[in-house]
Design a protein around this ligand. Sequence first.
Ligand SMILES: N[C@@H](CCC(=O)N[C@@H](CS)C(=O)NCC(=O)O)C(=O)O
Length: 216
Amino acid sequence: MTPTARPVLYSFRRCPYAMRARLALLASGTACDIREVRLARKPPELLAASAKATVPVMVLPDGSVIDQSLDIMRWSLARADPEGWLDRDDPALIAANDGPFKHHLDRAKYPDRHDGDPAPHRAACVALLHELEPRLARADNLCGTARGLADMAILPFVRQFAAIDTAWFAAQPLPGVQRWLARHLGSALFEGAMVRLDPWQAGDAPVVFASANSTG
Ligand SMILES: N[C@@H](CCC(=O)N[C@@H](CS)C(=O)NCC(=O)O)C(=O)O
């Protein structure tokens, strides 16, 4: 693999895993070259870097590869963490999101690919989101006043759930989650993470993904 000055991130704009990686990269001020991937036509460079070929994948300048979104978050925040996101981590909460919540989310969103009836899976997602309500009644974020790793690891999945039917979601008795979601979706950080890019192919000029105060 050709070494590059910046890490290379294979990403897909709408993928919640890639989204959380991008959020942490921006928060840490880690600049990278971003390569937007079409999941239906993954570039050979991505397949060469990571045989499991999911996004996000980060290739570091020394050629090492990080192919789990949470690991990309933790790696970038270990480099620099100006907002103290690592102080607001909650591995158990993130595991509940990545496990049961994601399981039901997939079945609520894509009923045709699963058992066909989204209703019980929507209800299961709502029940899991209810468990966040006491935290969000006490404070603006999941682990206290300020946003942190737990918020940003979970938010993209809750966004995806809410987007299945925004009117229906708005009618659910989840005031804390709804407030939390709306506030973060309207943030400059989230806007920065959702930049629209053309799919990458070899030979394209690098596209730098960075916050205004990124260091590289
Ligand atoms: N555990 C991985 C999961 C990543 C993942 O499943 N990403 C999806 C897109 S949202 C993917 O790349 N799927 C492969 C495909 O659709 O071919 C992570 O946290 O990075």
